[in-house]
Design a protein around this ligand. Structure first.
Ligand SMILES: [Ca+2]
Ligand SMILES: [Ca+2]
Ligand SMILES: [Ca+2]
Length: 440
C-alpha cells in the first residue's frame, strides 16, 4: 500500500507542483466522496479532522480510510498533495519505542574525537581545485556533462534552516565506550508548501543489522566474523554471496528488493560490516546512503558547522562490487546558500557541483542555509525500478573518503572496488545507488 501511494504520489508530482503555487484549495466534497468511496461521510470527516487548522496529512487520512491518496483526493475533489501527503512518520518521536532520551543537539560537541568529525577536512579537495588526478572524481559511466546542455527548473523542494528533532532510529542509540560517539538523530523539516521532509532521510527501521567486522561500540574488531555469517535466503536457487561494506556514515543494503541489513552506527564512530545472502542472478543491489549531520536539516556537523562528506564501498564474493557501473541519485542536498545552484538534467537528475562546497551561510548564519529535498520513490530498491535515466555513480579513492580504521585496517576485503557517491561528495547527503549484476 505504501509503495503504491508513493508511486501515485510521484506520478502526481507534476500536478502537485502546480497545485503548490495555487492558493486556497477547494473545499473537500465529503458527501460526494462518501458516495464514491462507499465510506460513511462522518467517517471521512472524522479522519480528515477539523477544517481550517492547516493542511491535513492526506496520506494518513487515506491510510486510515483504507483507500489510496489518489482515490481519496479525486473523490473529495481536492488537489493531490505534494509528496503523497507527507512522507513517513509523524513527528511524535521514536517509533521503536526504545525511549532513550537523547541529549540535546547542542550538547554533542563535547563528544568529538581528536580527529574531528568524519576525519576529513571541512572542505576536502575532491569537488573543486583538485590538486591531482587521483583526487578528481571519475567520469560517470554513462553520462558526460555537456556544458551546453539545457538546464531545467528544479523539481526539488527547498527548506530553510534547522529541522525539528525527532529522535534516533538507528541500531546504536548509545555507545558505552571510550570512542567518540554521536547519536544519529533524525529530524523533520517543513517546506513552505506544507510538505514534511525527514532528514537526513527516512530510514528502514525494521530488519537486520549487518554483521560487525569492526565496531567500536561493540568491542572493536570482530575477529570471528567469518564464522558468524549466516546467509539470508532471498532466492532459494540462488548463489550464496558474502558482502563487505563500509559507509561514511550509514548504509542500508537491499538485494533483489529484499532488505538484507543496515549499518549499525548512523553517524560516528566509523564501523564496517559483512553480510551474507543467497540470491539469484540477475542480482540488483540497492543501497540507501547517508552522510549524517548533527545540525539536522542544515547538512552541517559539530560546533564548527562543518560540511561533512559521504562515500560508500562494498565488495561481493562473486567478484562484483561498487564501481562506476553503479548509478546514484541524490535526494537531500545541503547546505546551500541558494538552492538554485543545483541544476537538473533532462531526466531530472540534480547536480550540485556548481554550488559552493562550503557555502557562506554555514559560517555567517546557519539558519539561513537552504536544503534541497526530493521525494524518494518507495520502490527504489526493487529490481524493476527504472533507473535508466539516472546518472552513473561517481567513484572516489579511499583518500578522498576516509582515514578511519574501520576501513583502513580492512582494505584487503575491498580490493578492486571504488568508493561511490553522487557527483558531490560533500553536499549530497542522502544518495541512493543501484546496480544490476547479470551474471557472476
Ligand atoms: Ca556507520
Ligand atoms: Ca555532507
Ligand atoms: Ca560523513
Amino acid at each position: 500500500m505504501k509503495r503504491l501511494l508513493i508511486v501515485l504520489a510521484l506520478l502526481l508530482l507534476g500536478i502537485a507542483s502546480i497545485a503548490n503555487a495555487q492558493q486556497g484549495p477547494p473545499e473537500p466534497d465529503f458527501e460526494g466522496a462518501a458516495e464514491i468511496l462507499g465510506i460513511p461521510e462522518e467517517d471521512i470527516r472524522e479522519a480528515f479532522g477539523p477544517l481550517g487548522q492547516g493542511p491535513p496529512n492526506i496520506r494518513a487520512v487515506a491510510e486510515e480510510l483504507g483507500v489510496t491518496v489518489t482515490e481519496l483526493t479525486e473523490a473529495l475533489g481536492i488537489p493531490a498533495p505534494p509528496n503523497g501527503g507527507g512522507q513517513g512518520q509523524p513527528p511524535q518521536g521514536n517509533q521503536d519505542g526504545d525511549g532513550q532520551g537523547q541529549p540535546p543537539q547542542g550538547d554533542q560537541s563535547g563528544q568529538q574525537a581528536p580527529q574531528g568529525g568524519d576525519g576529513q577536512a571541512p572542505a576536502p579537495a575532491q569537488t573543486e581545485d583538485a590538486p591531482g588526478a587521483e583526487d578528481a572524481p571519475a567520469e560517470p559511466s554513462d553520462t558526460t556533462t555537456d556544458p551546453n546542455a539545457p538546464t531545467f527548473a528544479n523539481t526539488g523542494t527547498v527548506t530553510v534552516g534547522s529541522a525539528d528533532e525527532l529522535g534516533d532510529f538507528t541500531a546504536t542509540p548509545e555507545c558505552d565506550t571510550q570512542d567518540r560517539f554521536v547519536p544519529a538523530l533524525t529530524g523533520l523539516s517543513f517546506s513552505d508548501d506544507g510538505q514534511q521532509w525527514l532528514v537526513p532521510s527516512d530510514l528502514t527501521t525494521t530488519g537486520e543489522i549487518c554483521l560487525d567486522v569492526y565496531n567500536p561500540c561493540a568491542g572493536g574488531e570482530n575477529v570471528d566474523f567469518r564464522n558468524q555469517l549466516t546467509p539470508l535466503t532471498i532466492d532459494e536457487e540462488g548463489e550464496v554471496i558474502t558482502a563487505f561494506l563500509f559507509g561514511d556514515n550509514y548504509f542500508e543494503l537491499y538485494v533483489n528488493g529484499t532488505h538484507v541489513c543496515n549499518d549499525a552506527i548512523g553517524f560516528v564512530p566509523f564501523n564496517s560490516h559483512a553480510a551474507q545472502f543467497q540470491a539469484e542472478y540477475p542480482i540488483t543491489y540497492a543501497v540507501r546512503l547517508i552522510d549524517w549531520e548533527t545540525h539536522l536539516g542544515l547538512g552541517l556537523e559539530f560546533d564548527e558547522y562543518r560540511v561533512g562528506d559521504g562515500g560508500f564501498i562494498a565488495s561481493f564474493s562473486d567478484g562484483s562490487g561498487t564501481s562506476a557501473e553503479w548509478k546514484c541519485q541524490a535526494y537531500y542536498t545541503a547546505p546551500l546558500d541558494d538552492a538554485s545552484c543545483v541544476v537538473e538534467d533532462e531526466n531530472g537528475n540534480p547536480d550540485s557541483t556548481a554550488c559552493a562546497s562550503t557555502p557562506a551561510c554555514a559560517s555567517d548564519d546557519p539558519e539561513s542555509c537552504q536544503a534541497l529535498h526530493y521525494e524518494l520513490p518507495d520502490n527504489w530498491m526493487m529490481p524493476d525500478f527504472d533507473d535508466s535515466g539516472w546518472r552513473g555513480a561517481f567513484t572516489y579513492t579511499s583518500d578522498q573518503v576516509t582515514n578511519q580504521r574501520a576501513y583502513q585496517d580492512y582494505t584487503d576485503l575491498f580490493t578492486g572496488n571504488d568508493f561511490i557517491w553522487s557527483s558531490n561528495l560533500d553536499l549530497d547527503n542522502t544518495v541512493i545507488c543501484r546496480v544490476t549484476i547479470d551474471a557472476p
